[in-house]
Design a protein around this ligand. Structure first.
Ligand code: SF4
Ligand code: SF4
Length: 393
């Protein structure tokens, strides 16, 4: 494992993401704690020191799990990062916040109340890294609301030693929004977590975001390096171009190596769900082995061929609030597969499982309001339903 630094803290180049832990069954968010603990133990024994979670991951169970899983290790042997869920909150007045989106129905709280709950769930006295979750054009008014005073609250927690480094994550905010936010809070944030991979480099202007963050001299924590698995399962003809050069390297390894010479990157998070994934990723981060210019050009060619696809990262923010309990990311994967010429889906998955039937969507829009990629999900459901039942099937 190789290492970098954020502020004065040493961090492993590969970080363990805790939003895609192994689950007890596909339909729920319940963590298979035995399998997940095995992955964490492997990570700890192979030099991974950065562990990322968030208030809402696995329906709130991720923070509880990681607190339990890391409890047996000395506190200074790992760095724990979690996030304040302001993007899923609304102001109620008098400093009180209500939850919305998939967290709606939870009791109202305050900034201090949420933070205290997180420390307790994670069984720690301080967080090494603490982020405002999903800073965007939509969430900035809440994060900067003078009455709520959220950012000053966390500055005070840092002064009290309960936070070592303050940052924020951003999924779909523009490079300009990130730049402006950093300018307003110059000297406050020490790192930014962004979605970065060779497809989003141009598709979501990740290049512009890296430049904006570099302008402020800050480090980057990468999320979605393999784009929620999208870049792990390339169409056969695209994969053949990669194996012709490096027969032993998988598509995820290509995607992760693409990141290894971007100097601002400190940590690349990977939401590892299986032992096979963590074993391969640890090997990939044994030492930096960046791609050559020619190899990168091949990936950019593949990215061009994927541009017309719906940019779902399978984060599952949308699924919990769906009244029809639709497996939205799987339906979008079907949509992308068919759009990509994958007619190996020779049957209509909806006939086997109602959660895969986009025709059951009632266009309530609850999913689209929480999608960090701003995907028009009800429209995609309607289009997929037409694809699966229309002529040619
Ligand atoms: S718009 Fe459709 S897919 Fe989205 S939450 Fe409503 S029913 Fe579910
Ligand atoms: S549709 Fe949006 S919210 Fe749902 S899994 Fe995909 S990226 Fe996440």
């Amino acid at each position: 494992m190789y290492y970098s630094e954020i502020g004065n803290t040493k961090v492993s180049a590969l970080g363990m993401g805790n939003m895609r832990l192994p689950k007890l069954d596909e339909q729920s968010e319940k963590i298979d704690r035995e399998k997940a603990q095995e992955i964490i133990d492997y990570a700890m024994s192979h030099g991974i020191t950065y562990y990322d979670t968030a208030y809402r991951y696995h329906g709130g169970e991720s923070e509880l799990f990681i607190g339990e899983a890391l409890k047996k290790y000395p506190r200074d042997s790992f760095c724990l990062a979690t996030k304040f869920p302001g993007h899923m909150m609304e102001k109620k007045g008098g400093g009180v916040l209500g939850f919305n989106g998939m967290l709606s129905g939870m009791p109202d709280s305050t900034v201090a109340g949420v933070f205290a709950e997180q420390l307790k769930k994670c069984q720690v006295d301080y967080f090494d890294f603490y982020l405002l979750h999903n800073v965007s054009e939509k969430s900035i008014p809440l994060y900067t609301d003078p009455e709520l005073d959220i950012i000053n609250y966390f500055i005070r927690q840092k002064e009290l030693g309960k936070i070592r480094h303050l940052g924020f994550s951003s999924h779909a905010a523009s490079a300009k929004t990130i730049d402006d936010f950093l300018t307003t809070y110059e000297g406050i944030f020490e790192f930014v977590q962004i979605q970065l991979n060779y497809l989003d480099w141009t598709l979501q202007d990740a290049k512009g975001k890296v430049e904006a963050i570099a302008k402020h001299g800050l480090k980057i924590v990468v999320m979605e390096g393999v784009r929620g698995g999208r870049l792990a399962a390339l169409p056969e003809e695209q994969m053949a171009k990669l194996t012709a050069i490096r027969p032993d390297d998988s598509a995820p390894r290509w995607a992760l190596r693409w990141l290894q010479d971007i100097p601002q990157i400190a940590v690349v998070l990977s939401g590892m769900s299986t032992m096979d994934q963590i074993i391969e990723n640890v090997e990939t981060f044994e030492a930096p082995a960046p791609l050559s210019a020619q190899e990168k050009d091949i990936l950019y060619g593949i990215a061009d061929s994927l541009m017309n696809l719906v940019p779902c990262t399978a984060c599952r923010y949308c699924t919990e609030g769906c009244p029809m309990e639709l497996e939205i990311p799987k339906i979008i994967a079907t949509y992308n597969g068919v759009k990509n010429g994958d007619w190996t889906i020779r049957y209509n998955p909806a006939e086997e499982d109602p959660s895969l039937d986009p025709g059951r969507c009632i266009s309530c829009g609850s999913c689209a309001s929480v999608c960090p990629q701003n995907i028009a999900i009800p429209d995609i459901m309607a289009e997929t339903a037409a694809m699966l039942t229309g002529p040619g099937r």
